[in-house]
Design a protein around this ligand. Structure first.
Ligand code: URA
Length: 443
């Protein structure tokens, strides 16, 4: 077998067998296949696609490229959740404590933000003292004692994915269904949970822009998970605008605290309830989603879910006084209010009020990144305190002198760049706009 022949086979539309895919994945992970050949292979996959069997074989080869976490020492049925990535998506910070407070063990490995999407680990690092890297022993003990631990991925969890993703990221080969499905599921399978709930985002801020592609991605991931013996379900949710009211690392922690105190924004809470309900069902704690919803509402309303968040943060070394009093989080030097007038002017129409009709959500993610809240390359340092607070959502009416959002920055130049990006992201109409549903489908 040689790499050149396999690249050519895929380039010409051929189907690769298990041994051929394993040869490529192992060879690249060990450094025996150079970047330029792997890049050519990925581009061939991008254009020619992979069938179900190839995608499964790719996933397994990547999952087997490093350690597989053994969660057998954790009592109960372990449930993991994963989002395909979005803007303002802080659902793990909310759903994790909800599930743990209801007795479902959550042992979660999360990623950092890259590009316009945010990452749970960066958000948690916004809490002073919080440790995102703890030993496997401490991780397992914490899940047994507290019910919840969230850590960054260890270096040897699916190392093939780490190397391949870094190459995809600079060769325009990220947004391919087989490659995304294999990337996500290789990490989920290696991370060892018994059941997996996937939040597949769809829309302008997601990797998958159309509902049709999101459905295909959800189907592919569920098929791989179930075939590997892990009960896997997916919910397709909207990413045509940021989820909730905040985008930015500590801002999203503050918003998660508000949600767990029962003051969450409606669309964000709808997604959290749906994910949590699915997790309760696959964990065996609830017979149906209808039985799960009141359990979720009760644990929030009784304060148990928020108490669980504090217990989890304290167990990982975080200073919980920041959760009790979110005013303690560091403030940025600059704030800029974006008014209805700014957005209406950017749309070049002459009205005093209008409706938010469309949002290029990737641009909102980019505005947050430009403020310093995200990273273009994986080593970029991010400013955890900057971000965006939104007061309006799609379908809402905006008046000229009304605040639509506030930008938070520590650098004035970054503020003006982000401002220009933000105001152009929205399209307004004179007539009432409908907005989008937030949950599209369960798979
Ligand atoms: N998230 C991942 O982990 N991998 C991808 O390829 C895309 C999103």
């Amino acid at each position: 077998m040689n790499t050149y022949d396999l690249i050519m086979k895929k380039r010409n539309g051929g189907i690769l067998d298990k041994d051929e895919i394993t040869y490529i994945v192992d060879g690249f992970t060990k450094g025996e296949i150079p970047d330029y050949q792997m890049a050519a292979f990925l581009m061939a996959v991008y254009f020619r696609g992979m069938n179900d069997e190839e995608t499964t074989n790719l996933t397994m080869a990547m999952a087997d490229s490093g350690d597989r976490l053994d969660l057998s020492l954790i009592n109960g049925r372990k449930v993991d959740k994963h989002s395909t990535g979005g803007v303002g998506d802080k659902t793990s910070l909310i759903v994790g404590p909800i599930l743990a407070s209801l007795g479902v063990p959550v042992a979660k490995m999360s990623g950092r933000g890259l590009g316009h999407t945010g990452g749970t680990i960066d958000k948690l690092e916004g809490i002073p003292g919080f440790l995102t890297s703890i030993s496997e022993e401490a991780f397992i003990k914490q899940v047994n004692d507290v019910g919840l631990a969230i850590v960054g991925q260890t270096a040897n969890l699916a190392p093939a994915d780490k190397k391949i993703y870094a190459l995809r990221d600079v060769t325009a080969t990220v947004d391919n269904i087989s490659l995304i499905a294999a990337s996500i599921m290789s990490k989920k399978l290696a991370a060892g949970a018994d059941a997996i709930v996937l939040d597949v985002k769809t829309g302008t801020g997601a990797f998958m822009k159309t509902l049709e592609d999101s459905k295909k991605l959800a189907d592919a991931m569920c098929r791989i998970g179930n075939m590997a013996g892990r009960e896997t379900v997916a919910v397709i949710t909207d990413m045509n605008e940021p989820l909730g009211n905040c985008v930015g690392n500590t801002l999203e922690v503050i918003e998660a605290v508000e949600c767990l105190k029962g003051n969450g924004e409606a669309r964000l809470m709808e997604v959290c309830r749906e994910l949590a309900a699915n997790m309760l069902v696959v964990s065996g704690k609830a017979d149906s989603k209808d039985k799960a919803y009141p359990m979720i509402d009760d644990t929030i309303n009784s304060g148990k879910a928020f108490d669980k968040m504090k217990e989890f943060v304290a167990a990982q070394g975080g200073d919980v006084s920041y959760l009790d009093n979110t005013d303690l989080f560091e403030k940025t030097k600059y704030e800029k209010i974006i008014t209805g007038k700014d957005i209406i002017k950017a749309n070049d129409i002459d009205v005093n009020e209008a409706y938010l009709n469309e949002c290029d959500n990737q641009e909102i993610g980019m505005a947050s990144l430009l403020l310093g809240g995200g990273r273009r390359t994986k080593d970029e340092i991010i400013d955890l305190s900057v971000g965006i607070r939104l007061f309006k959502h799609l379908g809402d009416r905006i008046e000229k002198d009304e605040a639509v959002a506030i930008l938070y920055a520590n650098d004035e130049n970054k503020m003006s760049e982000a401002f220009n990006r933000f105001i152009k992201a929205y399209k307004v109409t004179k007539d009432k706009a409908a907005g989008n549903p937030v949950i599209y489908k369960s798979v």
